[in-house]
Design a protein. Structure first.
Lengths: 273, 273
């Protein structure tokens, strides 16, 4: 059902009210912005509450997507701006309820490549990391303590919506402690690889070689992984850096490690073909 | 010489006045923000005009760096905020004049690995690309038409100051046309490699294998390289992407290609050792 709404105070627009200042994803909502993220939100496990957009954007989107009985609210750019508190030039947004997150067991199910974030607190880095993981066949992501919320609005956007489709779960709390969690992964056959810029670490290509299952640990930009976490892993791996340069951004480092992982598969398959 | 300035209208602070709204890098200035970028600005070819910061930040910085006769202005957080128009929490900034850019010949001098940006217009992507290039032993960067200004304030910051030290030049205009420029690189022994997500392209590892000198072309996020540019190169290379995913961010793709380039060196050296 599509409704035209002219009044910015209309309560049907409350889901996105003052979106600029109140990140309502903290209140149990998840937002998809732009056609790609709205599409991924519709395909996700998160129940979509409503879709809001400009006339032309809705025309295009609805011509290509069956949204069932989800209410659709058509607004002008000015109305949307007044409701959200900023000029939402993409002109298309959907709000969804947070469904139950994936469980750790669901994330592990059939997985051969995992990424584990120890303390990545930056929403943009989390989003980028999901985008890179999805792009390079990582099967799931586990979040340790200190990792920020992947469903934060900015993370969803930067991830290109992949936080809505790539299975992920919190790795502490409900499941077990961090260290016991890693032990469980090892029992399931995962090689645990810490990513660190430390020059004594082994080259990432050597660290990944021949592994059937890999769990790659990354830490926050700046401090990196804690010594505590690295001790619990099988190998410390580095991406060689040019002299006089710093480490790479955490999502970029992870992307390179994911690439190397995918590459080792490819060449193994070629070799045995 | 270090001066304490309390008056936000003091003309000695004009270099950074209203920095939030007017990106003065367009007026012939280059800015370094934070200790790392100020250090790199001091070590660069850009003549530093002044260093401005909070008392404690200056104490630390000046204890570790000889700034010669560059004037140093000590201000409070409040004064700095009033002058620049935003809360500059890093508390340390330096302004420099733009020196003459590197020439194309300077960039090519001794280079074995180059990156060429065709139309990367986003300042954050440019900055990230420089950071990644510097971190993985790329020797220089050439900018085609449409590439944004690497000395823009945001680009400097995101690059971690590497736009101030990694040689780069505009590849069109003064030098020669784009296509003739590529031809000149080829004559100098560079293998010209286009980076594209197109599935018909060859794996980046195959595209780089055995090359002595490589020039890697990347295009803007979204459209990517133009067909025109790709036709002028020797090989089209791709980073394999998982099904149902989009291409990676341009700086991330480039980072992976730089890594693969560095990797092929390493393993060649190991093989021949």
């Amino acid at each position: 059902m599509r409704f035209v709404i002219d009044d910015p105070t209309d309560p049907r627009l409350d889901d996105i009210r003052d979106l600029k200042h109140a990140d309502k994803s903290g209140e149990g909502f998840v937002f998809g912005e732009g056609p790609l993220c709205v599409e991924r939100l519709l395909a996700s496990r998160f129940p979509v509450r409503c879709i809001i957009g400009f006339e032309a954007k809705l025309d295009t989107f609805l011509a290509n997507h069956d949204v069932g009985d989800i209410p659709v609210y058509q607004v002008t750019r000015q109305t949307l701006g007044e409701v959200t508190g900023f000029d939402m030039h993409r002109g298309l947004v959907a709000a969804a309820d947070r469904a139950e997150a994936w469980t750790v067991d669901e994330v592990l199910e059939g997985a051969r490549t995992l990424a584990i974030m120890e303390g990545v607190g930056d929403h943009e880095n989390i989003g980028s990391l999901f985008r890179n993981a999805a792009g390079m066949d990582v099967d799931g992501i586990l979040l340790g303590s200190g990792a920020a919320d992947p469903l934060y609005r900015r993370s969803v956007r930067v991830s290109m919506g992949h936080v809505l489709r790539l299975p992920w779960a919190r790795f502490d709390g409900g499941f077990t402690t961090w260290q016991r969690g890693l032990e469980k992964l090892r029992e399931q056959g995962f090689r645990l690889v810490s990513l660190t810029p430390h020059p004594d670490a082994v080259h990432i290509a050597d660290a990944l070689e021949g592994a059937d299952k890999v769990a790659l640990l990354v830490g926050a930009e700046g401090p990196g992984l804690t010594e505590h976490a690295m001790r619990a892993t099988d190998v410390r791996a580095r991406i060689p850096m040019a002299e006089g340069t710093d480490s790479l951004n955490v999502a970029t480092s992870a992307a390179i490690a994911f690439y190397e992982r995918q590459r080792s598969h490819r060449f193994r398959e070629v070799d045995t073909a």
